[in-house]
Design a protein around this ligand. Structure first.
Ligand SMILES: NC(=O)c1ccc[n+]([C@@H]2O[C@H](COP(=O)([O-])OP(=O)(O)OC[C@H]3O[C@@H](n4cnc5c(N)ncnc54)[C@H](OP(=O)(O)O)[C@@H]3O)[C@@H](O)[C@H]2O)c1
Length: 285
């Protein structure tokens, strides 16, 4: 499978997003474990999670524990898998999420995530979303300390605008390796952030790359050009969307969510799907 870089890691160009397996409406644990195993079988070596991917009754960390369990029970070699987690959001009931951006909160959260994942150091730890009550530099400073203490290998940020990316980059330097923002055929607002990542050599991880849990299956209905190219290539419109995102810059690594094996098996094929210039032009976005 085509590879891309996130800091010192070489990962599959398409990752797996863990959120649908853990938030309310999720499927049973066996189906979720089978989904993660199917991703690994397909060659996926990036799994995106967060301590906040959970249901109120579970507390923080349902998805991290699920991924740790799936990796431990996998029959094959999972040593090259990068599990990228996040901190800074707290799942609340009534929900959905509240912010936690103080250095003390983030430091404790990262250590708890490492314990749930069963690792000495988290390969990629992402600040989930800016906390309006905490200066951004203070939250990012906590990530710097976490790298220096060896709790995390690399730092990432999420839901950041171009000013915040530049600020985080100036504080973290080479310790900052990725930005994760919403990006899909339906949401192209973060194009400036994607371009800045390409300029700075940071990985850009589109979240909800298929339009989100509730719109992913309607992608061709919502964006007919993707359906047309998919019909021409005899692949799914979801694969075309992911291949289009991959074509935008070689720092892009989409993380489509899945809660069933067939979804990630199909999405993973997009890593090796190349669209022609004519097809890209026909997508019109
Ligand atoms: N940083 C942030 O603030 C943030 C916010 C949201 C999400 N995320 C991350 O981004 C990941 C992806 O976002 P998302 O899960 O919200 O939305 P998404 O990836 O756009 O859509 C997920 C849904 O797409 C379906 N799907 C996946 N592959 C498919 C295929 N090839 N054909 C048809 N349907 C397919 C899955 O269905 P099934 O469930 O039936 O398998 C899944 O529920 C999340 O899982 C999470 O890791 C981050």
């Amino acid at each position: 499978m085509r590879q891309r870089r996130i800091g010192s890691f070489s990962v599959s160009a398409v990752g797996l997003g863990g959120m649908p397996m853990s938030i309310p409406g999720r499927k049973d644990r066996a189906t979720s474990i089978a989904t993660i195993h199917a991703a690994l079988d397909a060659g996926v070596t990036l799994i995106d999670t967060a301590d906040a991917y959970t249901a109120p009754s579970d507390g923080q960390g349902h998805n991290e524990e699920l991924i740790a369990e799936a990796l431990a029970s996998y029959g094959g070699d999972s040593s090259s898998v990068l599990v990228a987690t996040k901190g800074g959001l707290i799942y609340a009931d009534p929900g959905p999420w509240t912010r936690g951006g103080t250095p003390g909160y983030l430091t404790d959260a990262a250590k708890q995530s490492a314990a749930r994942l069963g690792v000495d150091a988290i390969g990629l730890y992402q600040f989930h979303r800016p906390d309006p009550d905490v200066p951004y530099a203070e939250s990012i400073g906590a990530l710097k300390n976490l790298v220096q203490e060896g709790v995390i290998v690399h730092a990432g940020i999420s839901n950041a605008d171009t000013d915040q990316i530049r600020e985080a980059h100036s504080i973290l330097g080479d310790d900052l390796v990725s930005v994760q923002n919403q990006f899909s055929p339906a949401h192209t607002d973060s194009r400036a952030e994607l371009d800045l990542c390409a300029e700075l050599g940071l990985a850009f991880l589109p979240w909800s790359p298929l339009g989100g849990i509730h719109r992913a299956s309607d992608l061709a209905e919502d964006h007919s050009a993707f359906g047309d190219v998919a019909a021409e290539l005899e692949v799914s419109p979801q694969q075309v969307a992911l291949a289009w995102e991959l074509s935008l810059a070689d720092v892009v690594v989409p993380i489509p969510g899945a809660s069933r094996p067939p979804s990630i098996i199909d999405s993973a094929k997009a890593a090796d799907l190349k669209l022609s210039n004519e097809q890209l032009a026909n997508l019109g976005c």
